[in-house]
Design a protein around this ligand. Structure first.
Ligand code: 13P
Length: 249
């Protein structure tokens, strides 16, 4: 069976005190035994989160990472720095990084390479904008974005990738892809993985859905056969909502 994963992307939320409070609340809920729970706080809260979650199975993920092992990159954080504090997974390619910070395919290709070489796992995000869907270009856009993640990977390294399909029009908008739309795209994505590798590999790579997942819609979305969990933004800032989502399989 593929890993089931529910990951909370906190984005630029939760300072030191808020992190302590939210993690205390999270720890008061029983962890589902068959779901991997992850949280992605800001850089400044990573070490604190790793320490506070030591007694749990919840893992801590970085939201971003620099594009070199070290060097003159003011404001950046290296993979080694992440690993040194117990962070073994990084989100790459989030639409907010693509849109606001202009991270393009070229840049993301470098980032994935560095992450993999540094033995970090990658949650690779991608997804079409509203205009792409309206023009019915969404499959083509997704296929092109996936190339960045898949093209140079070996059979061994593809196992370090978790994919997160996040249609931009559903992020933070309250609008969600229907379960059928999510399944249609996830199955398309799995076929693409199969074409780069083979069906056995495709069967193992977790594909998460992200975009306004809430306790009220998680069950329906997670019930689809190619949806292996979610990357949760807004709802991950509330412990009860997040744990309800984690229990929605
Ligand atoms: P929302 O759940 O707030 O729509 O955000 C999704 C997201 O961007 C997760 O990375």
């Amino acid at each position: 069976m593929r890993d089931r994963i529910v990951a909370g992307n906190w984005k630029m939320n939760n300072d030191f005190n808020e992190t302590e409070k939210l993690l205390d609340q999270l720890k008061s809920y029983p962890e589902p035994s068959d779901v991997k729970i992850m949280i992605a706080p800001s850089f400044t809260q990573l070490y604190q989160s790793v320490q506070l979650l030591k007694s749990t199975n919840i893992s801590v993920v970085a939201q971003n990472m620099g594009i070199a092992p070290s060097g003159a990159y003011t404001g950046e954080v290296s993979p080694k720095m992440l690993k040194g504090i117990g962070v073994n997974t990084v989100i790459i390619g989030h639409s907010e990084r693509r849109d606001i910070f202009k991270e393009d395919d070229n840049f993301l290709t470098k980032k994935i390479k560095i992450a993999i070489e540094s033995d970090l796992k990658v949650i690779f995000c991608f997804g079409e904008k509203l205009e792409d869907r309206v023009l019915k270009n969404h499959f083509e856009i997704v296929a092109n974005q996936l190339k960045v993640a898949l093209l140079n990977l070996s059979y061994k390294n593809i196992m370090k990738i978790i994919l997160a399909y996040e249609p931009v029009w559903a992020i933070g908008t309250g609008e969600t892809a229907s379960a059928a739309q999510a399944q249609e795209m996830h199955s398309y994505i799995r076929n693409i993985i199969s074409s780069y590798f083979d069906s056995k590999v495709a069967d193992k790579v977790p594909i998460l859905y992200g975009g306004s997942v809430k306790p009220s819609n998680a069950k329906e979305i997670f019930s689809e056969s190619d949806v292996d969990g979610g990357l949760i933004g807004g709802a991950s800032l509330n412990a009860e909502d997040f744990m309800n989502i984690a229990n929605s399989f």
